[in-house]
Every structure is written in structure tokens, then in C-alpha cells.
Design a protein around this ligand. Structure first.
Ligand code: GLN
Length: 282
């Protein structure tokens, strides 16, 4: 029988399981071989033991059924930082990094001292901001206690415990405090879009992190609270879904007009050129 090598194992996956990308295959192989991704790429002729091959096969089966690679590995990188990821939190997305980029652009001259992350999930946005603004303190809230347990673990592992506070709260309830910077990647998918989602999102990521009424419920609930929660000249940064930009901008603009606070809006596109984050100073 032919020896199973890294290259052969990957090739057999791409021939038999079309839904599994080459990167997925490499990441799962990396996990089975306890090595780095570079090692998988650099050593196509490395032979797999029977045990390694068996483990790889089992992970590929899980992936074929739809389980996201991030959940199989219990790991995802965001803003160059490592995060633990389980079924209880939304997997951090590269698109969400545009929120951090926008915060850095808007705080080119000064820096925020107090930060609120609404719907913190894995804690990825909060941790990235604490990494960038080294004198800031931040609060992360989430409705899910299970998510907060993961966020706490991530914040602790990254060494931010002294500057971070995590609390269970629903954004529909009255939030308290006053902040320089408020960020949120809220649930923004409408319930009727549920069936259009890929299985690895729909069946494996937490519904509370994904869905909110018609897609705008979370924005509405948060925006009405902003004049109270945001210090004068403070900044709100939202992630938005495809096609949601104008509606979310008008929600923020109306609320600040009513509160008599002038507003400056900046938009940042993701790598596919889709408007992904909105920053408003007011
Ligand atoms: N803040 C987390 C993230 O951006 C979780 C967001 C959410 O659960 N909707 O990944």
C-alpha cells in the first residue's frame, strides 16, 4: 500500500470532499500533526502514521457535516491575537478587523480612555482595542453567559484582565455608564434570511449572535441609548451587513439631530469593497 503523505492526504480530501477547502484541509492537518501551518505547507512528503491519518479523517468528517474549522480547532486569530472559539461565540471574522482600523483612523491624534463593546462574544473587538489603546479600560457586555465565559478566558489569556470588565446585559435593556468609544458588531441578519445562510453559520453559530428581527432591531435598540452612553465628542463604531449602510447611518443621524448633537460620519469598506463599518463622532 502507498504511504500516506501530507500531500496525498490533502489531495484525497479535495477529490472526495469538494466542500472542504485546501486551507481547511491544511489547518485540520496542522491540528492532527501538532505542528504549524508553515510546516504542513513546507513538508508535502511527510508521512502520516495510522493514528494521525485516523485523526485527520475524523476531523474531515466533522467539517463535511458543517462544523466550522474554528470550532474544531477551538481557535481563531483576530487582529494578530489568538482567541478561543467554541459554539457559544461568533467566530471572529477578518471583515470585523475594519472596525479596529477605523478606530485607529478616528483616534489618530488622541486615544479613548473608556470603551464599551456591545455584544462582545469572544471578546475579540474589546481585546484588539485594548491592545491598540494601551491606556484604555473597557467593558464588554453580552446577553449570553456562555459567551462571557469564553470572553473572560480570552481576556485573561491575553493579559487584559486588569483593564477589562465583562458583564451580562441585554442591549435592549437600559445600559449604564458613559464612554469615549462604543463599538458593536451586533446581530444584523433578519430571521427570514436564515435559510439562505451556509450550514456552518446557521447550524453552528449562536442564533443570538446572528439574528435580530428584521436585521435592524439591535441597531435601533442601541442607537436610542447612544446620546446617553456616549460622552460629548465620543465615537460609535458599528459593523453593518451588506446593504445596511444607509439605514444605519440615518438611524444614528436622526437620533443625534434630535439630541442636538452634530455628527460626523466615516465609512470603511472591507477587503471585498463592501461598506462594513461606520464610525460616527457626536
Ligand atoms: N463582538 C464579537 C465579534 O465581532 C461578537 C459579535 C456577535 O456576537 N454578534 O466577533
Amino acid at each position: 500500500m502507498e504511504r500516506l503523505t501530507v500531500d496525498r492526504a490533502l489531495r484525497s480530501v479535495s477529490e472526495t470532499a469538494k466542500s472542504v477547502t485546501r486551507l481547511d484541509g491544511r489547518l485540520l492537518l496542522m491540528h492532527c500533526l501538532h505542528c504549524r501551518l508553515e510546516d504542513v505547507i513546507a513538508a508535502p512528503d511527510r508521512a502520516l502514521t495510522d493514528e494521525e491519518a485516523g485523526r485527520f479523517h475524523a476531523l474531515i468528517e466533522r467539517r463535511i457535516k458543517g462544523e466550522p474549522v474554528s470550532q474544531i480547532l477551538q481557535h481563531k486569530e483576530f487582529w494578530g491575537l489568538p482567541f478561543k472559539v467554541t459554539r457559544d461565540v461568533l467566530t471572529p471574522r477578518p471583515d470585523t478587523e475594519t472596525l479596529i482600523e477605523l478606530a485607529l483612523e478616528l483616534y489618530e491624534k488622541e486615544a479613548p480612555e473608556t470603551i464599551l463593546d456591545i455584544g462582545t462574544g469572544s471578546g475579540c473587538i474589546l481585546a484588539a482595542l485594548l491592545q491598540e489603546f494601551s491606556h484604555a479600560a473597557g467593558t464588554g457586555i453580552d446577553i449570553s453567559e456562555l459567551a462571557l465565559t469564553i470572553a473572560a478566558e480570552n481576556i485573561r489569556n491575553l493579559g487584559f484582565s486588569k483593564r477589562a470588565c465583562l458583564e451580562q446585559a441585554d442591549f435592549r435593556s437600559d445600559l449604564t455608564g458613559r464612554y469615549d468609544l462604543i463599538v458593536s458588531n451586533p446581530p444584523y441578519i433578519s430571521k427570514r434570511e436564515c435559510s439562505d445562510l451556509p450550514v456552518d453559520v446557521r447550524d453552528y453559530e449562536p442564533a443570538t449572535a446572528l439574528f435580530a428581527g428584521d436585521g435592524y432591531d439591535a441597531y435601533r435598540a442601541i442607537v436610542v441609548q447612544l446620546p446617553r452612553l456616549l460622552r460629548p465628542d465620543g465615537i460609535i463604531i458599528f459593523e453593518v451587513g451588506q446593504g445596511q449602510l444607509d439605514t444605519v447611518i440615518s438611524l444614528i443621524t436622526k437620533t443625534f439631530e434630535q439630541a442636538g448633537r452634530p455628527l460626523g460620519v466615516t465609512v470603511k469598506n472591507d477587503l471585498s469593497g463592501i461598506p462594513r463599518s461606520i464610525g460616527a463622532r457626536g
